[in-house]
Design a protein around this ligand. Structure first.
Ligand SMILES: *Cc1c(COP(=O)(O)O)cnc(C)c1O
Length: 389
């Protein structure tokens, strides 16, 4: 699908850079709104940590999604992008005082609280401002997700959330505090989840917890099930939009929402992954003893997922039509893990050819670093590139 990239424009641009197809982003957002909109009480937030590029945030905000933040910087980024405070939620296992204060100053919708100690601090800081903070408790549901070990978050051994057996006592303590208001429960079991059975397991667990709370006559207004829906890294062209129907239908079918309850989602990867590609230029093709290397000008500093999670990204030579050969596609960083893909089939590649590393819109640009004193990669949308001379 070389046709999907404005290659003539790319030729004159400094590489590497991120390219975001905003038509695809808007199509994805429409699918989310259509599928979530079929169900009463479903509210979708965008997990800012997947990609906080202001141009994308604006499009996502215009589509009406709320913002899910995991730091004060992300609260600021959502406010700057115009997300309404009543649609901002804030989770995080280690919230600093300034971050809590920032959330309080903006009157965000809720703090997703991960420990009793944090609850006490929020209560104190809210009291100092004469405010009442809305809080949801993040519960660790001890539900595994069939995904990479570094991106499961809902097991008892993970650092996230409050243990189930502490849920009811902590809610009771919150109710005793004057400057917090208990408004709901929050969960998040992991990322890049494609097996709907994992979300079903979470639904079953929440159903049990709701029954337990009803026995204690505790009312829950909001259930937040986090994010985690995965994307098809193998087939970005064939499956550019994730199966939001299956995802939302699973929750509609399996989660027993009570009268008047709102169900919140926090999707990151599924919103932005497929619309982004990292565009890089081939510097050298080197013949090794057993293989050939395509050495490109992007490195793990621009896209760390392959080095960090052994993640697969589809890689394409978007300027060559020559017969296919195999290459290890590697970056210039002084680390052996700076490899984007091994045994990659590419049209015969030479110096100067443009390479697209696909499905890089989530956890790409935002995780870039300046290691080796490299400049951070720029991000351009298809909208703005159209109007470049
Ligand atoms: C990371 C994160 C998300 C988003 O995860 P995705 O897999 O990108 O959908 C949602 N909620 C919380 C609390 C998170 O930490």
């Amino acid at each position: 699908m070389k046709g999907r990239f404005p290659i003539a424009k790319f030729e004159s641009m400094r590489t590497p850079f991120y390219y975001y197809d905003t038509d695809l982003l808007r199509q994805t957002l429409r699918a989310i709104n259509d599928e979530a909109g079929r169900h009463e009480g479903f509210v979708v937030h965008y997990a800012i940590k997947a990609n906080a590029n202001p141009k994308l945030l604006q499009i996502i905000r215009e589509a009406g999604l709320g913002a899910d933040c995991v730091s004060g910087g992300e609260i600021q980024a959502s406010v700057d992008a115009g997300f309404p405070a009543e649609r901002i939620v804030y989770a995080g296992v280690g919230k600093s005082d300034w971050e809590i204060n920032l959330g309080l100053d903006h009157d965000i919708f809720s703090f997703n609280v991960e420990s009793l100690a944090e609850l006490e601090v929020i209560n104190e800081l809210a009291a100092a401002k004469g405010k009442v903070a809305r809080i949801a408790l993040r519960i660790n549901p001890n539900v595994g997700a069939h995904t990479h070990a570094n991106i499961t978050t809902g097991l008892a051994e993970n650092k996230f959330g409050i243990a189930m057996r502490d849920m009811e006592p902590v809610i009771e303590q919150a109710r005793q505090m004057e400057n917090v208001k208990f408004v709901g429960l929050h969960f998040h079991i992991g990322s890049q989840i494609l097996d709907m059975g994992d979300f079903e397991a979470l639904c079953n667990r929440i159903n049990d917890l709701q029954q337990e709370l009803e026995r204690h006559r505790i009312k829950v207004e909001n259930i937040n099930v986090g994010g985690g829906l995965g994307v098809d890294y193998q087939h970005p062209n064939r499956v550019p939009v994730p199966d939001f129907k299956a995802y939302f239908d699973t929750y509609a079918k399996k989660l027993k929402l009570r009268q008047g309850q709102t169900l919140h989602f926090e999707l990151g990867r599924a919103v932005v992954a497929q619309c982004g590609s990292l565009i890089t230029r081939t510097l050298y093709v080197k013949q090794g003893t057993a293989k050939q290397f395509a050495i490109v000008d992007a490195g793990m500093t621009d896209l760390i997922r392959p080095a960090l999670y052994q993640a697969y990204h589809k890689i394409e030579n978007i300027t060559s039509e020559e017969p296919v050969e195999q290459y290890d596609v590697v970056g210039p960083i002084c680390e052996s893990s700076d490899v984007f893909g091994k045994h990659v089939d590419l049209n015969r590649t030479q110096r100067g050819d443009l390479i697209a590393i696909r499905t890089a819109g989530a956890y790409g640009e935002i995780m870039a670093s300046q290691y080796n004193c490299r400049p951070l990669p720029q991000g351009y949308t298809s909208d703005e590139i159209k109007f470049r001379s």
